[in-house]
Structure formats: structure tokens, C-alpha cells
Write a protein that binds this ligand. Structure first.
Ligand SMILES: Nc1ncnc2c1ncn2[C@@H]1O[C@H](COP(=O)(O)OP(=O)(O)O)[C@@H](O)[C@H]1O
Ligand SMILES: [Mg+2]
Length: 384
């Protein structure tokens, strides 16, 4: 038993010396190919065994003959283990090369193509990660392309919307200049109206760009829904009278909200103008405000007969206008189609933007005989 302990001590010294010598080599190879490292580990193992055995022989525990036998066996084992290390190293290297090549396909149109050959567990994990990254990249690129396309479309639409009134203004100005106008006052009135419409459009664009850039600074204050709705109804009254539409504002709860009242009034005003324009004469437009859980819901319901189901998800899109009022058209298109409201399809995008800027939301649904636009805003504390 004592002999065995001694043999273990000698062997440990011998092998330890080989290990200490081999350690710097293994460390130095850390940044080199994994195949080289595997090979180095096999070499260090063989050397450790050889030097351990030699140490035991030096201490006379092994005869010359037995040492020869053990060394021969060790030499054969060394060949096999070095071969195994080489084969394993080759496999690891070829797997990592294949993955490097495959990594070049990350983000390409065809998406990431994983190597066909079997990979080690770590490389397979890396490959799965690359595949997920590639999918995320493709998704965000698609989003960006859609955004870019809609931006281009919007610019085309807006250019068209600006071009038509500008052409009208130019024609009127030229006619006035030439003195061929019999009723100049009518022209002045029309010019004023067109300029007002253009100003409104530019104003909407500016508001929308601030909303989308997150540059709209809100000045929240505690207000009562009653006042908000009352002001919006008063503002929309002239248009409603002109169109013969009845405005109802009876169901307004006395709930307080903490909002930028100028912005929320603007949103309500947009909804009311849309509702009045879409409602036939003698129709009704109703505004309600109610508290639902921790939200305040401002709703504008009209008698437009309902929005086609297919259009419902699109109404809040920037630049979208319903019906035949606007199909995507190019800047050069000169149909001059009269849009009933003269808006540029920005009104509802602004409504949604304002609602979201207040951590709320905007939605639409069809109801009996018409549609109902809702703005949901977080309610303020209970006391008014
Ligand atoms: N209350 C409503 N009833 C029916 N359709 C509506 C209503 N409000 C909006 N829409 C539809 O949504 C479109 C987009 O509205 P909006 O963004 O305000 O732009 P615009 O008023 O300039 O057309 C309108 O063209 C219209 O087709
Ligand atoms: Mg509108």
C-alpha cells in the first residue's frame, strides 16, 4: 500500500513537471485554431504519462524491461490519441468554417442558410442564434421598407393636394391681373378660402411631423370632459348648421382628465368635422364622454351609414382617404377630384397621434347606422 502511495507521488511529480512545461504552450495556443489546442492537449497528456512513468522507473519501481513495455504501449496509445485529436480538430474547424460562410447570409434576401453538415452543440446553438437574428433583421427591414413606401406615397398625395388649389389660385390671380373678371369680390372670397385650406393642410402636416418625431411638447392640465366637449361642440356648430346636421352632446360625464386641452380639443374637432361631413343632412352626430375603469372614453358617433369593413383598419393611416376620394395617385395626375372635406387624409392620423402622446389610444367601429370613433385617455384622480 505504501509502495502504491509512493508510486503515485513519483508519477504525480513526473506528470506535473510535464504539465507545467506544457501549460504555457496550451495558453499560447488559446487564440489559435481549436484543432491546434486539441492537438496540444493530446501531446501534453502523452508527455505527462511518459514522464510520470519515467519518474516511477527512476525510483526503481519499474525494471528496465517493464519500462520498455510500458513506453511501447504508451507510444501506440499516443499515436491513436493524437490521431483522434487531429480528426476531432478537423471536424471542429470545418464546422466553424461552414458556419462562418453561412454567417455571410445573415440579413441577405434569402435569409440565413444554416450549414448542412452536423455541428457541435455550441456551434449549433450559435447557428440557431444567427438564424433568429437574421429573421429579426429581415422583419425590421420589411418594416422600414413599408414605412418608406408610405412616406413616399404621402409625399405624392400631399404634392397633389397642394398642386390643385395652387393651380386654382394662380388662375384666379392671373384673371384678376388681366382685369377680365366680372365679379372680383367672388374671386377674392375664393382665394381667401383656398389660402385658408392650404394653411390648414400645412398646419396639419406640421402637427403630424411633430407627433411622429415625438417632438410635440404637451402641457397637461386638469380639465373637465364637460368643458372639452362643450368647446368642441361650439367650434363645430357652424359647420353642422351649414350641413343641416344635428349635434348632440347630452351624455357627458363630469369626469376630469389631465391632458393638453388644446391638443385633445384639436383631436375632438377633427373627429367632429369628419363626422359632420360624413353625415347626410338631418342626420345626427353625438359626442359622449364616460369613465370606464381607469380610462375616459370620448366618443363621436355619426350617421354615415358605416365605413366598409375593409377600410376600417386603414382610416387612421397617414394620408388615407376613403371611397373614391383618393386612390393612390401620382404627382402628375391632374384629375383634381373634389374631396368633400378638402382634407389631406391627415386628420385621423393626428387624432391617433395625439391620443398616443397622452398614453391613450384611438379606435373606430361601426354602430347602428353609422360609425363611432373613440379616444381613450387615462383618467385623472377622482376629485375634480
Ligand atoms: N366619421 C366618419 N365617418 C365615415 N368615414 C369617415 C369618418 N371619419 C373619417 N372617415 C374616413 O376616413 C378618411 C380619413 O379621414 P381623415 O384622416 O380625417 O382625412 P380627411 O378628412 O382629410 O379625408 C376619410 O376620408 C373618410 O373616408
Ligand atoms: Mg378629416
Amino acid at each position: 500500500m505504501n509502495d502504491l502511495l509512493l508510486i503515485a507521488v513519483y508519477a504525480a511529480f513526473g506528470a506535473g513537471a510535464a504539465g507545467l512545461l506544457g501549460w504555457p504552450a496550451v495558453r499560447a495556443l488559446r487564440r489559435r485554431s481549436v484543432a491546434l489546442s486539441l492537438f496540444a492537449v493530446a501531446v501534453v497528456t502523452v508527455l505527462a504519462m511518459a514522464s510520470g512513468t519515467t519518474a516511477v522507473a527512476q525510483a526503481m519501481f519499474l525494471s528496465e524491461h517493464d519500462l520498455g513495455v510500458v513506453m511501447t504501449v504508451l507510444a501506440i496509445g499516443a499515436v491513436v490519441s493524437l490521431l483522434a485529436a487531429a480528426v476531432l480538430g478537423r471536424h471542429a474547424v470545418s464546422g466553424s468554417r461552414a458556419l462562418t460562410l453561412a454567417a455571410r447570409t445573415v440579413g441577405s434576401d434569402g435569409g440565413f442558410t444554416a450549414p448542412a453538415q452536423p455541428l457541435s452543440a455550441e456551434l449549433a446553438q450559435l447557428s440557431a442564434e444567427l438564424s433568429a437574428t437574421s429573421a429579426r433583421l429581415a422583419e425590421s427591414r420589411k418594416r422600414e421598407q413599408t414605412l418608406e413606401a408610405s412616406r413616399r406615397e404621402l409625399i405624392a398625395w400631399i404634392s397633389h393636394d397642394l398642386r390643385t388649389p395652387l393651380a386654382g389660385l394662380r388662375a384666379m390671380a392671373e384673371a384678376l391681373e388681366d382685369g377680365i373678371v366680372e365679379e372680383p369680390n367672388r374671386y377674392y372670397g375664393q382665394i381667401g378660402a383656398e389660402v385658408e385650406r392650404l394653411t390648414g393642410m400645412v398646419d396639419d402636416l406640421f402637427e403630424l411631423s411633430r407627433l411622429q418625431a415625438g417632438a410635440l411638447h404637451l402641457t397637461p392640465a386638469r380639465v373637465s370632459c364637460y368643458d372639452l366637449v362643450g368647446d368642441a361642440l361650439a367650434g363645430a356648430d357652424p359647420l353642422a348648421r351649414e350641413r343641416g346636421v344635428r349635434l348632440l352632446g347630452g351624455q357627458v360625464d363630469l369626469v376630469p382628465i389631465e391632458v393638453d386641452s388644446r391638443e385633445v380639443s384639436r383631436a375632438l374637432g377633427n373627429l367632429l368635422v369628419n363626422a359632420i361631413r360624413s353625415t347626410p343632412a338631418d342626420g345626427v352626430v353625438a359626442v359622449t364622454a364616460s369613465r370606464q375603469a381607469d380610462e375616459v372614453v370620448l366618443a363621436v358617433t355619426d350617421s354615415c351609414g358605416g365605413i366598409p369593413e375593409a377600410d376600417l383598419p386603414r382610416v387612421f393611416e397617414t394620408g388615407w382617404r376613403g371611397g373614391s376620394a383618393r386612390t393612390p395617385r401620382t404627382v402628375g395626375d391632374a384629375d383634381g377630384g373634389e374631396h368633400s372635406g378638402g382634407g389631406a387624409g391627415l386628420g385621423l392620423a393626428i387624432v391617433r397621434g395625439i391620443a398616443e402622446a397622452h398614453a391613450g389610444s384611438a379606435a373606430v367601429r361601426n354602430v347602428d347606422g353609422g360609425c363611432c370613433f373613440e379616444i381613450r385617455l387615462p383618467a385623472a384622480g377622482l376629485a375634480v
